[in-house]
Design a protein around this ligand. Structure first.
Ligand code: PLP
Length: 460
């Protein structure tokens, strides 16, 4: 990777959205009122919003211009045809169904492929995918390589599927009990870690031997292609578009949240090379999403998506994007802030257990760090630790704690400058300087499922 200092952002800024830094006193009041849960903070009280990279991208002037040529016909909109041509050019898949989000495409795919009692194999299924598989009576199975679950191990492709375990699964359960294989690129659930081309090719070869369909969860396909070019032998001189096309060539289709590498604020895609599958998908799509050529979106949204899908393949864009994430990670490491290494495609993950060793897991160290980041500098991150994944054992009633206490700093695309990154580094260094005085939290309200979204805490 070229050193960060050699280049600047490959765009200039034409429209600005003011953001305002509140005072520390204001933030202390706001976070207390929010029950120490940043999901309850109004976004205009946030200075740097790292809650998610989903739907938060800045669109280009060309995408905004596309909104003006939205063709809002119920059927056969010209924007749909533009989207279809673009998807076909990028992926080689002829049949394209727009959906309102990624999870809607997953709903359609799992509805047609998953029968009760079947298994869906993958590197690591994203939580919405897992939910849809379970709703159809299926069992999501995660087969990521063991390095993918170790925070301090460096491996170029920590999103890879463990091929040995894949073969074992097929042997143990038989191909007829496996609905399909779903490869998530990049692997969101372990930090946006990439999957190598060799791994996709091998998984696909094995699947084809047993007539098991292969799909990509392609939310961050371009970021994955960029990592392949940087890290995999034989791809140094290929274009991102060529690499992406090869990735898709090993699959029968894909689902995608366009809110990531589609560079749009809303949208999703289901695509396949299989005409029969498309026909079935369309039947469900019409009920769940809308007619085949709009899928729950306005014509203008389809146009922005078609344009975004082309822009995301731009090499300078990707270098800047992945470079910015790496820059933040490197600056934090320089300041002895513990993070997951290497950084992945869309964010930096802080290891709150190493950062706040005095706070036990029962007092939510990762959530405490999220609270401190907000109080320190108005930065909104997200907890991926005990608040999100801790739960009571159904039989014993004992608390089961997750292996990792992480805080995710998800970086929106084309939104913040490196100066914002510098400010995040300063804030975390200040927090590190007073970490012995940081208080843990106590949970005072929790919902029965997905509790972290609405949980209320008190400071200990
Ligand atoms: C975001 C995401 C989804 C779900 O997409 P939505 O657009 O949020 O519905 C599915 N898979 C992965 C890998 C994602 O990152």
């Amino acid at each position: 990777m070229r050193p960060r200092s050699e280049y600047a952002e490959p765009y200039r800024i034409k429209v600005v959205e003011p953001i305002q830094l509140t005072t520390r006193e204001e933030r202390e009041q706001i976070i207390a009122k929010a029950g120490y849960n940043v999901f309850n903070i109004p976004s205009d009280k946030v200075y740097i919003d790292f809650l998610t990279d989903s739907g938060t991208s800045a669109m280009s002037d060309y995408q905004w211009a596309g909104l003006m040529v939205g063709d809002e016909a119920y059927a056969g909109s010209k924007n749909f045809h533009h989207l279809k041509e673009t998807v076909e050019e990028i992926s080689g898949f002829e049949y394209v169904l727009p959906t309102h989000q990624g999870r809607a495409a997953e709903n359609i795919l799992t509805t047609i492929l998953v029968k009760p009692g079947e298994r869906v194999l993958g590197n690591m299924h994203f939580d919405t995918t897992e939910g849809h598989i379970r709703l159809k009576g299926g069992e999501p199975v995660n087969l990521v390589i063991k390095e993918g679950l170790e925070t301090a191990t460096r491996h170029p492709f920590k999103g890879n599927i463990d091929i040995g375990r894949l073969i074992d699964e097929i042997k143990t359960y038989g191909p007829e009990r496996i609905s399909y294989i779903d490869i998530t690129v990049t692997c969101n659930s372990n930090g946006g870690q990439p999957v190598s081309m060799g791994n996709i090719r091998e998984a696909s070869r094995i699947a084809r031997e047993h007539s098991i369909p292969v799909f990509l969860d392609a939310a961050r396909f371009a970021e994955n292609a960029y990592f392949i070019r940087e890290r995999e032998e034989g791809y140094e001189n290929k274009s991102i578009a060529e690499i992406a096309r090869e990735m898709f060539s090993y699959a029968d289709g894909f689902t995608m949240s366009a809110k990531k590498d589609g560079l749009v604020n809303i949208g999703g895609i289901f695509a396949t090379r299989d005409g029969e599958l498309y026909k079935k998908a369309g039947e469900w799509g019409i009920i769940y999403e809308g007619f085949l050529t709009y899928g729950g979106l306005a014509g203008r949204d389809l146009e922005a998506m078609a344009r975004g899908l082309k822009e995301v393949l731009d090499e300078d864009y990707l270098e800047n994007r992945i470079g910015q994430v790496a820059y933040l990670g490197d600056c934090l490491l320089d300041g002895d802030i513990p993070i997951i290494e290497p950084t992945g495609g869309h964010g930096v993950y802080l290891d709150a257990r190493r950062f706040l060793p005095l706070i036990p897991q029962s007092a939510f160290p990762a959530q405490a760090l999220v609270v401190e980041l907000y109080v320190e500098a108005g930065i909104r991150a997200v907890e991926l630790g005990t608040a999100a994944f801790g739960h009571k054992d159904k039989k014993t009633g004992e608390m089961v704690y997750p292996a990792l206490e992480l805080v995710r700093l998800a970086i929106p695309r084309r939104v913040y400058t490196d100066r914002h990154m510098d400010m995040v580094v300063r804030a975390l260094r200040n927090i590190a300087g007073r970490k012995d005085r940081i208080r843990g939290l106590k949970l005072v309200y929790e919902a029965p499922v997905l509790r972290h979204f609405t949980a209320v805490f008190e400071q200990l």
